[in-house]
Write a protein of this length. Sequence first.
Length: 513
Amino acid sequence: MSQPDDLLKKIIGHAKEYGFVYPSSEIYDGLSAAYDYGPYGSELKNNLKRYWWDAMVRLHEEIVGLDSSIFMHPTTWKASGHVDAFNDPLIDNKDSKKRYRADVLIEDYIEKYRLKIEKDVTKGKKRFGEDFDEEQFRATNPNVLRNQKKIVEINTRFKEAMAAENLGAVKRLIEELGIADPETGSKNWTDVRQFNLMFKTELGSVAGDGSAIYLRPETAQGIFVNFLNVQKSSRMKIPFGIAQIGKAFRNEIIARQFIFRMREFEQMEMQFFVKPGTELDWYETWKERRIQWHKTLGLGESNYRFHNHVKLAHYANAACDIEFKFPMGFKELEGIHSRTDFDLASHEEHSGKKLRYFDPQDKESYVPYVVETSIGLDRLFLAVLSTAYTEEKLEDDTERTVLNIPHALAPVKVAVLPLVKKDGLPVLAREIMSRLKLDHNCQYDEKDGIGKRYRRQDAIGTPFCITVDHESLKDNCVTIRERDSMAQERVSIDSIGEIVNQKVSLKTLLSQL
Ligand code: ATP
């Protein structure tokens, strides 16, 4: 079993070697926290987008799409609170000169207590076997209770300090807990300071304060400012949602861990507009729908958990993350926030325009409340890649590296392989390929022995390989090999389309939602 760091390194190496993700501008030694998606990476990304978009927009009559611009009027960011409050508390280590987010240092410290609790629960399970009552154990075991109490204490102190904007108290907490620089062990910290994460640039040729604009730090505001445009032009009735996929930019203090934290990344966000007072019910509904969406992907149910926010953002009255077990541990994959009427009310105030909905049933107009689901596409990509990456020892003592990507998301769905590059086999293989490629992304490969070609397809996660041999010319049949089981079956050429369709179609996933 690989250690988490080794595993991440292997995934990064594999992603580069097989055309999934490259460091950005690598010939100039790269740019920190910026990455480019290669041929298979961009296919996988597109498939993930499609799964999200279809699940949100196509399957929900009450949700429509939007593609708003990255540049927005600067007042947008004043109204949204980002100019004043989109800050992270940063702290530097004086010895190592490394910069950290103070909240992340504290979160990571708390995680150690969480791990202790989970260890005790696992021990309990082992000891008591079938009689184990986990709920009761968590509520009564002295070790668990002690560690839980510690977590609550630290969280409360941190939350209070942040709410009071008392950065001195945050530093004192870090010192009292004895938190050290994770890389060097030094505890020689600077004061904690706030750092605004928005990238600023200038519009047009005139420099100066009046022309300053921002690269959007989230896609959500494009949805809010278009709320009435969309509602009116598509005749939507509350409750309804607007979904959008697009780039967002944040000048992250520390951007490490590959595509997990980047300065330019992609979000898939949906804002659901509801009647005030119903937002917490909708919040629960969206929590359920989103976790179901994740679980349907088949990456393993135990890889997900909810984490309720302690420090609520300036706009939220309830918030949680769906965390995923990445190689570096459980981390945020998606945020679900009940944003109240903060954004629309604030845009009303700053723009002087009414952003209200007239409820034809209740004959009243109001500023809707909003429940948001926001997932990072790049993090989802990493979740898929890291669970898919598998090194296997085979029965004949050879090894293979295979990406067990869910079939419907695989970048290439079918590889068509003539056993040899002569005797008319390539012609038949090309014929099969030209039929299949109307429905799927396919690959034709005639170079090297068949074993090597299978390995190449395993490494990019192709679910099916179709081998055309001399018999095929006579019996109109081919061998179809499935990636995970490596099972091979002889099937008629006419049936390939249906066999493949059934297994790789997004419909299979969508119909389970
Ligand atoms: P974090 O606490 O990890 O910084 P966040 O709570 O600030 O994330 P949100 O503002 O809720 O993140 O953004 C929604 C989603 O966008 C996150 O769940 C995550 O998947 C993604 N995301 C946020 N920041 C980044 C980033 N720097 N790189 C890649 N994805 C990101």
